[in-house]
Design a protein around this ligand. Sequence first.
Ligand SMILES: *[C@@H]1O[C@H](CO)[C@@H](O)[C@H](O)[C@H]1NC(C)=O
Ligand SMILES: *[C@@H]1O[C@H](CO)[C@@H](O)[C@H](O)[C@H]1NC(C)=O
Ligand SMILES: *[C@@H]1O[C@H](CO)[C@@H](O)[C@H](O)[C@H]1NC(C)=O
Length: 420
Amino acid sequence: MKALIFLTVWSLAFLEKTLYNQFLTGILEGADLISKLDAENCLYSRTLVTQDKKFSIDWNNLIQDLTEMSIYCKFQEALKPLKNLKTSENMMARTYKRFEEAKAKNQFPVSSNITNFGKSLGSWLSQYIRMASPYAFKFSYNPSDVSIYIKAAKAPLPIAYFHGINGACKDESYKEWENYLRKQLGVYIRCIEIGDGASSSIFMSMTDQTNEACTKIKADYHYKGKFNLIGISQGGIIARGVLQKCAGLKVNNLITIGSPNMGINKFPNCEVGIKCYLYNKAAILGAYSAAFQALGPGGYFKDQYQYETYLKESSFLADLNNERKIKKEYTDLYLALGYFVQIYFSKDATVIPKESEIFGYFAIDSEIMQPYNETLNYVNNYLGAKTMDSQGKIVRTTIDSEHCNMTHEEVNKYLIPYLL
Ligand SMILES: *[C@@H]1O[C@H](CO)[C@@H](O)[C@H](O)[C@H]1NC(C)=O
Ligand SMILES: *[C@@H]1O[C@H](CO)[C@@H](O)[C@H](O)[C@H]1NC(C)=O
Ligand SMILES: *[C@@H]1O[C@H](CO)[C@@H](O)[C@H](O)[C@H]1NC(C)=O
């Protein structure tokens, strides 16, 4: 049914030049390449190249048509990226390939209105042009920066990420962050929601959260090949859980942002809210009671004064950090990464101790903070960090602000290079 509507609309597009014109306008608009005003002022029309009755899209003709139309209509903004697209074999080939793949799978969006249809196709196209080169648009404004262009033209990978506790994918802050990365990189990026978001992040055990994350990632075809995995705050624990326990994934780089990688041993002082709730629960139930361990944050609660109990009763972290019997498969999965980027916030008052974000932690039975390279975990190479360091694969980054507060400049500087 979908295919039929598509065929009808598509062939209509070639039947009448006004329609075709509207269609191309729609594409350009949808690709955000021309302003509304430009579109209204354009009186372009062209003689149609007669197409087969059979459904067919000719990529080169389409680009040619868009270029001609843009020249005629003086759509300057459209011209630059189209020109870049045409003059880069690499970009052209890859975009063309994706275009053909989507065509074969009938993945073009369908709309009954020809301008809107062009628009849908245009926004789809723009995604794919960006995928072929994330800097396709940016590049046009700064053609001298060839290095960025060449790097970007390689292969930006899809991104899966997990949000922090008491948050949800739909939160404004995550959306803003996600949209920024999407725009900068032009990649497929998805916030993987667990359960209903905020309350599931608190009340589901880390094991259940990781299992659900695993199922969702496996169900998304974008993650069939290599992809980059990011965890924000508690989401970093889920991301690591996915890396270690979700067999068969091809994780390229792992990035944890303000994540309690070595655990937490306190909830911040509080009056009301989730932190107090957890604080009180831990106090009443006991941090290593089954009931507290079944809460999200229970899974990474690590009391250095109860290390033996932690080793025995921890529902998640002791296993994740390979602190029991060493599971070689965990270590191997880290060694197979490209980079493991750990972002640490020097003014963090949410993750206690904040050094946990770069794998530092209190020494057993002590208040002494051990840097990452003095912990048992590191010295015994539980997760292969020592080996990774010798290969330059771990990047520890300090950002001088509160929990997970990054500016766009910091995102550009510390994240983007590991996502290209
Ligand atoms: C198609 O959509 C455009 C933009 O939304 C609108 O201006 C136009 O009137 C619509 N055409 C028809 C036939 O509905
Ligand atoms: C740990 O790393 C720091 C620098 O990051 C270095 O100064 C220190 O000597 C290292 N400690 C050990 C025990 O290797
Ligand atoms: C993040 O940090 C900036 C300063 O770097 C500050 O102005 C801003 O209020 C902070 N945002 C939040 C949500 O804390």
